[in-house]
Write a protein that binds this ligand. Structure first.
Ligand code: C5P
Length: 399
């Protein structure tokens, strides 16, 4: 099992380290906590020991510790994360001071290092702190920018520890990033579109956008640059992902067109509305008028257009059906020239639209198919990325 070393220094936001541990564990990673001496004034090491099942390290010289543990632990970990990181620990790392376990371990570590600062805004913006951060960045250390908001001192400004989700998301990119995804541009669409009759009425569908957002998150963690074109959803874009919000199918088409020439992989996970009103009224229609205004026409088929203009892009389509999945997915795959079709039977309870889980079948143009049993959309996105990795490697082999 891969392991993360989590360095914890003395900030009020230390309690967020518990959530960081839990999130890594839910991704199947073990965590070993290293605390600074002063951090133990906020929280007893035993709390982290209980959460991780591994003894928390504080002292450089400790009778219970294996000799030179800072060296042996180096070989067990894939990431050194320091969260929260105070101005003091950042200063020590930047100048090579090694006077406790954490700062000594930093010098011995061979894996990627990620630092999530947390401090008062004046301390964070101080030229000395900024200089220390610049110095560490030049050495390859990565940073999770602190949030701006109310700080423990009562002031408002930058310095608040980033959210545990964002910290872990960055950490996972450093652990999972892989060759076929690095330097690749992924264009992902997500969510429904809204086709307006007038300023207050539209047709749409129940898509929540979850599948597309999970795909965007996963692609970024694997090392890709990700552009997410999203219809209206209640979701927050994963950190690092460039988000472009749209409403209608026409707006989605424009946004996708704009980025298409740069894209290496396109995942059309959006549930684009199939039809729209011939005329969108600029004023709210009166109820009595509506029956007479309802003339509809098909929306542009974005994926079909992309298929026609395809050059090197790898196209992944999504087909939500309520029966004859294989047949319909194969038909659409051919018509839209996609390289991988993700078929989704949305007739079952608890899967598909707006659900956290899904059950899909993957179809390839050569007639192969693979059923992915019911699992979380996060896990499904990982399975889809594994197949994309195979396709990217195949292409690389051919070129
Ligand atoms: O709606 P349909 O089942 O044909 O959708 C299959 C695929 O085509 C999906 O990937 C969807 O995002 C895409 N699509 C599109 N433009 C449309 C309708 C669907 O790009 N107008």
């Amino acid at each position: 099992m891969r392991k993360v070393a989590l360095g914890v220094s003395s900030s009020i936001s230390i309690y967020k380290a518990c959530e960081v541990i839990r999130l890594f564990q839910s991704e199947g990673l073990g965590v070993r906590v290293i605390m600074t001496e002063k951090a133990t004034r906020f929280i007893q090491p035993y709390l982290f020991t209980s959460l991780t099942g591994e003894r928390t390290i504080v002292e450089l010289f400790d009778d219970q510790q294996r000799p030179i543990e800072h060296i042996s632990l180096v070989d067990e970990i894939s990431l050194l994360l320091i969260a929260p990181a105070t101005a003091n620990i950042i200063g020590k790392l930047a100048s090579g001071v090694a006077d406790d376990f954490l700062s000594t371990f930093y010098l011995a570590a061979k894996c990627p290092v990620l630092v999530a600062p947390a401090m008062n805004e004046a301390m964070f913006l101080h030229p000395q702190t900024q200089e220390n951060i610049r110095k560490l960045k030049a050495l390859g250390v990565e940073f999770v920018e602190p949030d701006t908001g109310y700080l423990a001192c009562g002031k408002k400004g930058p310095g608040r520890l980033a959210s545990p989700e964002t910290i872990v998301h960055h950490g996972l990119r450093l652990i999972k990033s892989r060759e076929p995804f690095r330097d690749k541009v992924f264009l992902v669409t997500a969510g429904p579109t809204r086709e307006f009759l007038d300023p207050v009425r539209f047709v749409s569908n129940p898509s929540s956008g979850k599948m597309g957002y999970e795909l965007a998150r996963e692609a970024w963690q694997l090392g890709a640059e990700v552009i997410l074109v999203s219809g209206p959803t209640g979701l927050e874009a994963p950190a690092g992902v460039y988000l472009e919000k749209v409403n209608t199918a026409e707006e989605m088409r424009e946004a996708v067109r704009k980025h298409y020439s740069r894209a290496d992989v396109v995942l059309m996970a959006a549930a684009v509305a199939d039809f729209r009103f011939k005329k969108t009224l600029s004023d709210k229609a009166r109820k009595t008028e509506i029956g007479q205004t309802l003339e509809i026409e098909p929306t542009p088929d974005i994926l079909e257009e992309l298929g026609r203009q395809k050059q090197r892009q790898l196209l992944v389509g999504f087909a939500a059906e309520t029966g004859r999945l294989g047949e319909r997915a194969a038909e659409k795959m051919k018509k839209k020239k996609v390289d991988l079709m993700v078929g989704n039977d949305v007739s079952g309870p608890g899967v598909g639209f707006a659900s956290d889980e899904n059950e899909v079948t993957l179809f390839w143009p050569d007639g192969r198919s693979r059923k992915i049993p019911r699992m979380s959309k996060r896990k499904i996105s990982q399975e889809i990325m594994a197949e994309i990795e195979v396709l990217l490697n195949e292409r690389k082999g051919k070129s």
